[in-house]
Design a protein around this ligand. Structure first.
Ligand SMILES: [Zn+2]
Length: 68
């Protein structure tokens, strides 16, 4: 559970055995690539795999500190 309403879990390269589509950039996350799984606390079925960098951009976009 997180303050932002999502739970973010890292997926280590050895555990990344499939390709996923990153909703941040609409590019694939390759097999063996470190990335993140983001699960909304209120919709656990809606889990998404994100590139690390894309999630951080999304965080800024969604929750943006607005400090530039
Ligand atoms: Zn991405």
């Amino acid at each position: 559970m997180g303050d932002l309403g999502v739970t973010v879990s890292p997926v280590q390269p050895y555990a990344a055995r499939k390709q996923y589509l990153c909703p941040g950039c609409n590019n694939t996350i390759g097999v063996g690539v470190f990335h993140l799984v983001v699960v909304p606390d209120d919709e656990p079925d809606d889990r998404r795999h994100w590139h690390h960098g894309c999630w951080h951009k999304e965080m800024r976009r969604r929750f943006g500190a607005g400090t530039g």
